[in-house]
Design a binder for this molecule. Structure first.
Ligand SMILES: [Fe+2]
Length: 253
């Protein structure tokens, strides 16, 4: 059994959807897939994508990303928490899961989250250009901190001493030093919306060997204080320099 990581498949792009469609339906039947969010905001396409992976893998562990909760294309009365509930229903009905999954000594804990500006306050420029501020809708009184707290409270990973291998996963970054020193100023502008230090606190309580994350589209594999952080985002078609655009095996047993 191998465990693969993938995020940010963004199947709104035909080339990305084609890549999913062309994945073998035979090769990964004994394997698990950690799918770390940002499939699409379009419900029929979202369901197609989840089912496409479920068909190819023994089990798919999913954690949603910001794009999955966009409601701009849907009725004015729907908010992103309602969209989240729909996403949960589709994932579970498809045979994937958003809960802790254990098999053969491996525990995979998906961690929900949202950015809470613990990596910095958003500038006016960022607020004007970042789509989530227009494409997501939240209940009255919900700012970034309330959204982050809401998802944080839904996480209930339970450690078990019998787990030989512990893997956690989130869409958002748990720490900003996962961004390499050489990124440009325009990328640094995005830091406030990249993640939350709450995720780091939660994952450290689980003492994982590996943490899988997405969102930045910048493929990474870096070990910090005993945890190996892996980003294997597929990314947008043009992002060929920062994304390998291939499944990545992170563990085998
Ligand atoms: Fe994202």
């Amino acid at each position: 059994m191998r465990i693969f990581a993938l995020s940010d498949i963004h199947v709104d792009y035909d080339a990305n959807a084609k890549w999913v469609e062309n994945l073998s339906v035979v090769e990964y039947q004994d394997d698990l897939l950690i799918l770390a969010g940002d499939l699409t905001d379009k419900p029929p396409l979202f369901e197609w994508c989840v089912r496409a992976f479920v068909k190819r893998f023994r089990k798919v562990v999913f954690v949603p990303g910001n794009h999955d909760l966009w409601v701009a294309r849907e009725g004015r009365d729907k908010n992103s928490l309602q969209k989240f509930a729909e996403v949960c229903d589709v994932v579970e009905a498809s045979g994937a899961t958003m809960r802790t999954y254990r098999e053969r000594g491996v525990a995979i804990h998906p961690l929900l989250g949202w950015y809470d500006y613990s990596f910095g306050e958003p500038s006016e420029e960022l607020q004007a250009m970042w789509m989530d501020f227009r494409a997501c809708r939240w209940p009255d009184g919900y700012g970034a901190n309330e959204i982050s707290l809401h998802f944080d409270a839904l996480n209930r990973p339970i450690a078990d001493a019998r787990d030989e291998t512990v893997i956690t996963c989130s869409h958002f970054l748990p720490r900003i030093d996962l961004m390499p020193w050489y990124v440009s100023g325009s990328t640094r502008l995005l830091y406030p919306i990249l993640g939350s230090s709450r995720l780091e606190a939660q994952l450290r309580r689980m003492n994982p060997g590996i943490h899988v994350y997405g969102h930045s589209h910048l493929n990474r594999n870096v070990t910090i204080d005993g945890v190996t952080y892996v980003n294997n985002a597929f990314g947008y078609p043009a992002e060929t320099m920062i994304a390998a655009k291939a499944l990545l095996a992170i563990h085998a047993c």
